[in-house]
Design a protein around this ligand. Structure first.
Ligand code: PEP
Length: 249
């Protein structure tokens, strides 16, 4: 049985005052013991949100992390900094990082390795663009993104990790993959993993991201290979995010 996992990616949103209000709303999640719940605030607010979530069971993630241990990397932050601030893990390979910041599969795999080696939870994001979907390349693209980590680090690298399928065309657009579309990709990703290690494939949590809301979450979560959600816009509203968490089967 895979424990459901839901995370809110706040992206570059929020200031101290709004963060405090959102965190207060999320503290209602303390009762949610059947699922893992995380939030990923912008880096300047890690400590604020870690403090605000203390005792609630909600864990805090970074939205990105450097593949380097330290040194001359202006504007970056290392896994040691994540640990020092009490974070539980980091997203790696979010499509906005891949598209807007030129992160390649190789760099994303290095970030994944850095997070894992520090004993934190890596959340590997994969997903195809609309052009790739229209060209029938969805499965080859997401498989390639997953294999970049699997082939270089082996299936045990995914122990405790989360794989997030986020079709780029559904992120922040209001377009959601249908539950059937998402399920098909999740099942294929699990099959890619199973070719390396069937047991670990059965345990791997694969979550969906792309315009998830309280109103469409239950249909997605009803699918056998959808183990939760990575939520962007809707995670900025505590009630909406709570609604998504409550929709987990
Ligand atoms: C995301 O940024 O990971 C995301 C899924 O965004 P949204 O829910 O807004 O589509």
């Amino acid at each position: 049985m895979r424990r459901p996992w839901v995370a809110g990616n706040w992206k570059m949103n929020g200031l101290r005052e709004t963060n405090a209000l959102l965190a207060k709303g999320l503290s209602l999640l303390a009762a949610e013991r059947e699922i893992d719940i995380c939030v990923a605030p912008p880096a300047p607010y890690w400590l604020q949100v870690v403090d605000a979530m203390e005792g609630t069971g909600v864990r805090v993630l970074a939205q990105n992390v450097s593949e380097h241990a330290g040194g001359a990397h202006t504007g970056e932050h290392s896994v040691s900094m994540l640990q020092d601030c009490g974070l539980a893990g980091a997203l790696v390979g979010h499509s906005e990082r891949r598209q807007l910041h030129g992160e390649t599969d190789v760099v994303v795999a290095e970030k994944f390795a850095a997070v894992r080696k520090a004993g934190l939870q890596p959340v590997l994001c994969v997903g195809e663009t609309l052009d790739e979907r229209r060209a029938g390349e969805t499965l080859s693209v997401v498989s390639r993104q997953l294999l970049a980590v699997l082939e270089s680090q082996g299936p045990d690298a995914f122990d405790g990790a989360v794989l997030a399928y986020e079709p780029v065309w559904a992120i922040g657009t209001g377009l959601t993959a249908t539950p059937e579309q998402a399920q098909a990709v999740h099942a294929s990703l699990r099959a890619v993993m199973a070719a390396f290690d069937a047991d670990r494939a059965g345990q791997l949590r694969i979550v969906y991201g792309g315009s998830v809301k309280a109103g469409n979450a239950a249909g997605l979560f009803a699918m056998p290979d959808i183990d939760g959600a990575l939520v962007g816009g809707a995670s900025l509203d505590a009630q909406e995010f709570l609604g998504i968490c409550h929709a987990v089967r």
